[in-house]
Design a protein around this ligand. Structure first.
Ligand code: NAD
Ligand code: UDP
Length: 309
């Protein structure tokens, strides 16, 4: 039996990961401070004999005996990570030191949920893992971007100094059921607005791009990266199909059959203009690529958000 720690396990991605780990027979410890996590995401697991929840903040040390660690603890939406930027930095620095210390003591393999934000507002397109990025170190997104960059650096240094087994995963925009409809991210915002018949709020002129990966594909990539023994990463995991935010707004309006109108609002400062993963490494190293197109993923996400109201 493998004992697996999932930090941020009550969040959007973390709760789907807990489901997959339980399904395959692992013992799962879900650790979360419930800043953006929700009990409803894990309620169905609470009585499961292989599942345990700990309310804890990774900024404080924790002593557990585990074989594997998936470190997902960190708010992911710009609104959430900018709410208390110093806390966000502490989570990715002090929290990361605590998680690396735990991995070292337990000789556990640790996978970290890094992000496409390490590339900042990229000048290389699509983004390959050997691109060093274009990040504003003092801008509003820096608490998240620089925090994730330091976390990657900590991982490499623990690996080189102590032989800690690491896996660095750079996650691109992911969506699906259990994404908090009020967390400000674009897909959940647009769906919430379309279902209510409210205006769809496109920031800027809507020509900025993102590439959206459905959660089931993402979790499959995460497990493959953790389970293989050859590569430590970094590996981009995301969908290489790129959409403008205007295209996304139109797709959501069509999929919800909504009467909502598109309205334009100021672009947040330092908002990346384009983002698209090069997933050559994921294809070669993990034999992974996304299988669920945006049209299908939107249907599942819309059905879930509808069910909440
Ligand atoms: P989420 O906000 O739903 O989940 C994050 C979870 O971490 C929440 O349950 C939250 O309560 C918990 N958390 C936050 N700070 C914590 C702390 N100090 N101690 C303990 N728990 C803490 O976000 P998500 O979309 O599920 O993202 C999960 C991870 O994946 C994050 O690390 C995020 O940076 C990364 N990521 C996500 C995306 C995406 O598109 N979803 C993209 C890139 C990277
Ligand atoms: N966005 C938008 N309307 C919204 C929310 C977001 O046009 O209501 C845009 C945002 O400016 C960005 C993109 O959608 O260009 C993705 O934003 P999100 O917050 O989901 O994640 P990001 O990739 O910027 O971290």
């Amino acid at each position: 039996m493998t004992t697996v720690l999932v930090t941020g396990g009550a969040g959007f991605l973390g709760s789907h990961l807990c489901d997959r780990l339980i399904e395959r027979g692992d013992d799962v410890i879900c650790l979360d401070n419930f800043f953006t996590g929700k009990r409803r995401n894990i309620r169905h697991l609470l009585d499961h004999p292989q599942f345990e929840v700990i309310r804890h903040d990774i900024v404080h040390p924790v002593y557990l005996e585990v074989d594997r660690i998936f470190n997902l603890a960190c708010p992911a939406s710009p609104e959430a990570y900018q709410y208390n930027p110093i806390k966000t930095i502490k989570t990715s620095t002090v929290g990361m030191v605590n998680m690396m210390g735990l991995a070292k003591r337990c000789r556990a393999r640790i996978l970290h949920a890094s992000t496409s934000e390490v590339y900042g507002d990229p000048q290389v397109h699509p983004q390959t893992e050997d691109y060093w990025g274009h990040v504003n170190p003092i801008g509003p997104r820096s608490c998240y971007d620089e925090g994730k960059r330091i976390a990657e650096s900590l991982m490499m240094n623990y690996h080189e100094s102590h032989g800690t087994e690491i896996r660095i995963m750079r996650i691109f925009n992911t969506y699906g059921p259990r994404m908090d409809p009020n967390d400000g991210r674009v897909i959940s915002n647009f769906i919430r607005q379309a279902l209510a018949g409210d205006d769809i709020t496109v920031y800027g002129d809507g020509t900025q791009t993102r590439s959206f990966c459905y959660v089931d594909d993402l979790i499959e990539g995460m497990l493959r990266l953790m389970d293989q023994d050859e590569h430590i990463g970094p590996v981009n995991i995301g969908n290489p199909v790129e959409n403008t935010m205007l295209e996304l707004a139109e797709a959501v309006i069509a999929a919800t059959n909504s009467s909502s109108k598109i309205t334009f609002h100021p672009l947040p400062r330092d908002d990346p203009k384009q983002r698209c993963p090069d997933i050559t490494r994921a294809r070669q190293w993990l034999d992974w690529e996304p299988t669920i197109p945006l049209s299908e993923g939107l249907k599942h996400t819309i059905a879930w958000q509808r069910g909440l109201s």
